[in-house]
Ligand binder design. Structure first.
Ligand SMILES: [Zn+2]
Length: 333
């Protein structure tokens, strides 16, 4: 057993070394072609409301049934903005939690502690450096100049693997007046997604550093609340199913769901995902920089990331990187 374990450890170390070597050393001022695609399945574990604000209906899209079957199929849409909003908030709270825990005092400390989405962004923390920051008012307490940070994390809308009819449910609720918490109106209904609906989804990172990649993966595993309305929690769990390193985006969420549909019930999700990634990997412009983790490599890697402690050194380093990035831009303006 101990021999087996050390082989596994060696394999893990080898994967980490390979991936670390592919990551940007510092946060680049200009985007580079380096792209990391994180493939995942978002699975609802509670009634989740996926709709745009005004209507009481779910967002729906009509797509082909699968890559090989052109017959139409209605799917629920998990809009990119509905994925990004809770994840950017979770990321901000994750890094701030550790910043406070370690009593760090990097430059721009006050602004970092004050950083708030979306009108008081500090442009100095790892959240601002990765998710972007647009300044709305001219005066910043720390920076003299006005400049924005373009996001290096990209979301796209995800489509349910299951058909809309199968996973949509009307749930009734009592209208409650917020201030008094009293039930005042008659029952209403809201259309929601039932538990155990699956949304294959892809997040693309542009030239991330090693620390950013680790933080994003940890954040995905930590973030569990999506959808509108405070009264239903909308528990959703993210399962990471694939990782692609390339000089471009290799596969889209729509391709991913349509390909998975064809593979339904044939293999496990990690194997299916790997085969899909490999198929689209054959079409990239330059294959020499392409790396797709095999199911075994992926499991070892995600496990290693989960076990990577967010030490003081790690967090301090992440803040030094993001502050240094802001400093460089400020000096250039
Ligand atoms: Zn910030």
């Amino acid at each position: 057993m101990s021999n087996l374990k050390s082989t596994e450890q060696m394999k893990t170390e080898e994967i980490i070394k390979n991936i670390e070597g592919r990551m940007a050393r510092t946060i680049p001022i200009l985007r580079t072609p380096k792209t990391v695609q994180i493939l995942l399945v978002r699975q609802t574990h509670d009634y989740t409301i996926l709709r745009t604000e005004e209507t009481r209906e779910l967002n729906i899209a009509v797509t082909p049934t699968s890559i090989s079957k052109p017959k139409q199929k209605a799917r629920v849409v998990f809009l990119a903005s509905k994925q990004k909003a809770p994840e950017t908030r979770e990321f901000a709270s994750l890094i701030k939690e550790y910043y406070i825990k370690y009593k760090l005092s990097t430059e721009a400390k006050e602004q970092i502690l004050d950083c708030e989405i979306k009108d008081r962004l500090c442009r100095a923390c790892p959240r601002c450096a990765l998710f972007g920051a647009v300044v709305t008012d001219q005066k910043s307490p720390y920076w003299k100049n006005r400049w924005n940070i373009k996001h290096r994390i990209e979301y796209s809308s995800a489509f349910s693997l299951e058909t809309y009819e199968l996973i949509s449910e009307n749930i009734t609720f009592n209208a409650v007046t917020e201030s008094t918490q009293l039930t005042e109106q008659a029952l209403g209904t809201i259309e929601s997604v039932s538990p155990l609906a699956n949304f294959p989804s892809i997040i693309s990172l542009n030239s991330p550093t090693w620390k950013e990649l680790v933080l994003v993966i940890k954040n995905l595993l930590r973030c569990k609340s999506y959808g509108a309305e405070g009264r239903t929690k909308g528990d959703t769990v993210n399962y990471i199913t694939g990782l692609i390193f390339a000089d471009e985006e290799v596969v889209t969420s729509l391709e991913y769901v349509l390909e998975l549909e064809d593979k339904k019930g044939t293999e496990d999700i990690l194997t299916s995902t790997y085969e899909i990634a490999a198929k689209y990997g054959q079409m990239v412009a330059s294959t020499e920089d392409l790396k797709i983790l095999t199911p075994t490599e992926l499991e070892l890697f995600v496990d290693a990331v989960q076990k990577t402690p967010l030490t003081e050194e790690f967090i301090n380093g992440a803040f030094k990187d993001s502050f240094g990035f802001g400093r460089t831009i400020e000096d250039m303006v």
